[in-house]
Design a protein around this ligand. Sequence first.
Ligand SMILES: *[C@@H]1O[C@H](CO)[C@@H](O)[C@H](O)[C@H]1NC(C)=O
Ligand SMILES: *[C@@H]1O[C@H](CO)[C@@H](O)[C@H](O)[C@H]1NC(C)=O
Ligand SMILES: *[C@@H]1O[C@H](CO)[C@@H](O)[C@H](O)[C@H]1NC(C)=O
Ligand SMILES: *[C@@H]1O[C@H](CO)[C@@H](O)[C@H](O)[C@H]1NC(C)=O
Ligand SMILES: *[C@@H]1O[C@H](CO)[C@@H](O)[C@H](O)[C@H]1NC(C)=O
Length: 491
Amino acid sequence: MKLTLIALGLVPALAAGSSFEYRSTHRALGRRAVKNAAQLAGITDANQECKWYEDKTLAGMNFPKQSHIASILDGDNDAWGVWNDIQKSGIIPSHVQVKGSASADHRGISQDAQSSYDKSDPDCWWSNTQCTKPKSKKIPEDIYKCDEPDTWGLTFDDGPNCSHNEFYNFLQQNKLRATLFYIGTYVVAYPYQAQRGITDGHDICVHTWSHRYMTTLSNEQVFAELYYTAKAIKAVAGITPRCWRPPFGDVDDRVRAIAAGLGMRTILWQEDTDDWSIDEGTPRSKIVGNYKKINSKADQMSPIVLAHELSQNTMGVFQQMYSSVKQAYKNIVPITACMNVTNPYPEDITYSTFEDFVGGNIDPKNKPDISTIKVDASASFKPVALSKQTGKGSYASPGGSSGGSGSNSGNNSASSSASSSASNSSSSSSSSDASNSTDSQSASSAADASGSSASSTSSSQDAASASGASSLSVTVLYFTLTAAIVAGAFL
Ligand SMILES: *[C@@H]1O[C@H](CO)[C@@H](O)[C@H](O)[C@H]1NC(C)=O
Ligand SMILES: *[C@@H]1O[C@H](CO)[C@@H](O)[C@H](O)[C@H]1NC(C)=O
Ligand SMILES: *[C@@H]1O[C@H](CO)[C@@H](O)[C@H](O)[C@H]1NC(C)=O
Ligand SMILES: *[C@@H]1O[C@H](CO)[C@@H](O)[C@H](O)[C@H]1NC(C)=O
Ligand SMILES: *[C@@H]1O[C@H](CO)[C@@H](O)[C@H](O)[C@H]1NC(C)=O
């Protein structure tokens, strides 16, 4: 019963994203659709916010199927060019295998893959060992904490949520800026919601196209999951993201390397609210307890904290807990501020240093305005490898104008090493057999539904180190949900 309720809650999001029938029905019913971000931002009724609309410009662009595992689109020469360059650069370590078997469903790490993994952690596989320091010298360390004392790194995954206005209003009213990790599928489904993220002054990073376990995907799929999400964000929000967070934290040196080749720094977390689990029946009081535990650590650490823009529950519990967080931590800042990343994007938008931010300059200079922001299908999207990014205050080399220090700051071997490599690694092998077909996944309607439900259900494990039993039960729950959703969607 509970499952059915959850599933029904998901139906509008799925249908809006991927069902043509649903769109036609809406047209037939003559519902008025919003036309721009400013209009959308003015709606506060959650059901109204989530009504389907279409941005004509975006509709003219090609993207992978919503909620499906992305692969490079037929005839997308730009994408092939970038991908070929990354492979040739030799950054992808050839010894790191795809995790799990060929039959992996990409929605969990099998017990087998976990238990047979070499305990010395040659791949720096976070899901197994929580490793954040790559073994490969060519890849920078993950960012997972703030270097400033008494600081809470404010991050929300899984947006843009169609019904986030009340939450974004709350952030505005409390002068909060966060790092938002957006899912490509949702950026394309809810472009005006995504535009509000940047015009409100938050910083935007990539959270993949379809929210799968990235270590289970082929090289080319990993590339496409990141590439098309960043491309969608560029077209919709006007910025080229240079940071990303792996769903479930599932990353190893192969996946990190592809992200680095695309110019994206990997960001994890140090503390986890587990807020997603309210949607699956965990009592809210448990999550309140989690927040309180993190609050109690304020004098020991400055964690980047994992929370979600996933549902009214997760957005609501943050609002409920905010005053206590504020009492516990002197500073609540986005990652740009906590790392002095003043230039997170190649575009001309400047974010505040930590000092400036806590001094009250919370808005980036030259950010786009909600009354004029438009989707730009012709926006040039040209990713540059982390190793080739120059200039201070980038994710490749954080530290703002004063020059950074600290364990995660920039001038490590990764940001300075040239991308020229000794060996043209064989890492491309696993993708070389990928034909240019986009149909790498069989397209049943069940698969259609599964993506979105994965994004929701499975955020579940953003946190968990995917250990066997819990992983299995989530998988079972996942299939139950999928079945319920499919049933619901076609009623
Ligand atoms: C894929 O398509 C691109 C251009 O459309 C082409 O250059 C490339 O060789 C193709 N790759 C394969 C594996 O067919
Ligand atoms: C956003 O939140 C609403 C309300 O909790 C939920 O129904 C919806 O599925 C969520 N997801 C997206 C992508 O909007
Ligand atoms: C950020 O910059 C300030 C000076 O504006 C400096 O004191 C601080 O150490 C820097 N922090 C990091 C993490 O780079
Ligand atoms: C940063 O790296 C470059 C290139 O390796 C090196 O020349 C320079 O001295 C380094 N700077 C610092 C502050 O370590
Ligand atoms: C690696 O590949 C590049 C481009 O294909 C080529 O120019 C270079 O000679 C190759 N290097 C080695 C060591 O094979």
